[in-house]
Design a protein around this ligand. Structure first.
Ligand SMILES: [Zn+2]
Ligand SMILES: [Zn+2]
Length: 141
């Protein structure tokens, strides 16, 4: 495993503040249609444990699937995180972080759902939707 990194961050308006520990100093991009509808682009996220939020009153959560929820700031609309229900891990929006200098884009998921109008030039691992479901989700009924 890579080295863990302490993170701090906040939403655009500052009503929600966040501290946590990245399991690795790496960013993943998700190109799935839900993330793109949510973010108007790929969702850049950092996997984080011990996530702690100030300003909980300003956090709105939506259950985006049976297994996950997404959160955003009620005041400014900044996306905050994607969270697998029942896990300790939060996929924190990379744009929230105060210091992004040590991070490297390392993975792109749902690469087969990426629209043609953009391409990230960074060399990363990629996973298709089928590969993601095989790795992380229970098999469909
Ligand atoms: Zn805000
Ligand atoms: Zn996604």
């Amino acid at each position: 495993m890579g080295q863990k990194v302490d993170l701090t961050g906040r939403c655009l308006c500052g009503a929600v503040r966040f501290t946590g520990t990245a399991t690795e100093p790496k960013v993943a991009a998700c190109h799935c249609s839900m993330c793109r509808r949510w973010s108007s682009g790929p969702f850049f996220e950092v996997s984080c444990e011990n996530a702690s939020f100030e300003g909980e009153d300003n956090i709105a959560k939506i259950r985006s699937s049976e297994w996950a929820e997404r959160a955003f700031c009620k005041n400014c609309g900044s996306n905050l995180y994607y969270h697998l229900i029942g896990s300790n891990e939060f996929q924190i929006a990379a744009g929230l972080l105060d210091d992004q200098s040590g991070l490297t884009l390392s993975l792109q998921v749902f690469i087969d759902e990426k629209p043609a109008f953009y391409t990230l030039s960074d060399r990363t691992e990629t996973m298709t939707a089928a590969e993601v479901y095989a790795a992380y989700a229970p098999p469909p009924e």
